[in-house]
Design a protein around this ligand. Structure first.
Ligand SMILES: Cc1ncc(COP(=O)(O)O)c(C=O)c1O
Length: 385
């Protein structure tokens, strides 16, 4: 018996595996500090929890329309309009079972076998696997070289071939925490406006931006980009609703229609109870979302930034999301580093290898201030020894 060729490189999600390993150690009684997971440490706001219970008790337990129930779609369209003035209607959006599927559907809808998809490194760990599952070929480009040119042409533009079907963008970024600057956006606009290439823009951390940084979607720059951008968002990060599995997708009506057809054949519809909860989130949880954002920002400013500034290590400036991504001493194997750190100091972090950036490590600050302080102390002890 044989499995499909497209599975030949498939591995489980590295971040989920490490999180599971750290949780198993905690369950076995080990005092592990787990800073691997990209999961808010908050519970969802109470209005969401109440809506969840009411949905179950009042029989919102049936199938819904494949792309999500109409009242939620309207709220999702408003959510995108509020943030970035897209002027979208419910026809421009769909709801799916989590941000992961929200990233997968546009790839599945657009990639033919052999098509190339550009992915900026460091990348969120699942993008290359998703591209390969669609029969596509990931082509990597270092975000740090975005403004680099050769013979007056951007290096990124030189990567484009007649097989390039899409580029995946992710700002605010996981794992690096950067937010596209106006200069970054201007470069992307210059390169992609007149190209026949889809822009799959994962903006799941759009509500988690700090200091003077602002989230601006590539789709808002001009009408041509708007037409070929598919935006990913969802309830997991901003609303602390990871287990509800709700993702939002925005795009032109044609591509949304195609993805809704795929969804109707593959998953039927997103969970009906989670949809009611997501609608409550969009209607009632604005203040709590801002409270959570402020709390991450406080941790960043009072614990994370001072520590890394003092450490003398190289790191990406954390501007959004809830990660800090730092560089190890030259020649250090990041996987061995993380294994030793877990064994000796009981601190779990994710090696940069999982994000296509060997030699670097990701720490999630979606954890209590006490856990973060203790975790950083352990990291310091490990470096000193
Ligand atoms: C950049 C990015 N996109 C998408 C997702 C998937 O989100 P969800 O948990 O809703 O599937 C994550 C989750 O970690 C993420 O970090």
């Amino acid at each position: 018996m044989q499995i499909a060729d497209r599975l030949k490189n498939l591995k489980p999600s590295a971040t989920m595996e490490l999180d599971a390993q750290a949780k198993a150690m905690v369950a076995a009684g080990e005092a592990v500090i787990n800073l691997t997971a990209g999961e808010p440490d908050f519970s969802p706001p109470e209005s969401i929890l109440l809506a969840t219970c009411q949905a179950a008790l009042t029989g919102k337990t049936k199938y819904t329309q494949a792309k999500g129930q109409a009242s939620l779609l309207q709220k999702v369209a408003d959510f995108f309009n509020l943030q970035l003035d897209y002027g979208s209607s419910a026809k421009n959006v769909m709801v799916t079972s989590g941000g992961k599927v929200a990233c997968f559907w546009p790839l599945f809808a657009t990639i033919n076998p052999g098509d190339e998809v550009i992915i900026l490194t460091p990348y969120w760990t699942s993008y290359p696997a998703m591209v390969e599952l669609c029969g596509g070929v990931p082509v990597f480009f270092d975000y740090k070289k975005l403004s680099a040119k050769d013979s007056n042409q951007y290096l990124l533009e030189k990567l484009i071939t007649d097989k390039t079907k899409a580029i995946i963008l992710n700002s605010p970024n996981n794992p690096a925490g950067y937010v596209f600057s106006p200069q970054d956006l201007a470069i992307l606009e210059e390169i992609f406006t007149d190209k026949n290439i889809w822009l799959i823009s994962d903006e799941i951390y759009a509500n988690l931006v700090y200091g003077s940084n602002r989230h601006v979607s590539i789709a808002s720059l001009n009408d041509q980009l708007k037409e070929k951008t598919v935006i990913i968002n969802g309830a997991s990060k901003a609303f602390a609703m990871t287990g509800y599995r709700i993702g939002f997708i925005w795009g032109n009506q044609w591509i949304i229609g195609k993805m809704a057809q795929i969804q109707s054949q593959v998953i039927g519809c997103p969970c009906s109870i989670s949809q009611v909860a997501a609608e409550a989130a969009l209607k009632k949880a604005k203040l709590e979302v801002e409270e959570m954002r402020k709390s991450y920002e406080h941790r960043l400013n009072t614990i994370i930034r001072p520590f890394f500034k003092q450490s003398g290590k190289k790191y990406f400036q954390p501007e959004g999301a809830f990660y800090v991504f730092f560089k190890l001493a030259e020649g250090t194997d990041c996987t061995i580093f993380c294994q030793d750190l877990l064994k000796k100091e009981k601190l779990a972090l994710v090696p940069g290898q999982a994000f296509g950036y060997p030699g670097w490590v990701r720490l999630s600050y979606a954890a209590s201030e006490q856990q973060l302080s203790e975790g950083l102390q352990r990291l310091k002890n490990f470096w000193i020894k």
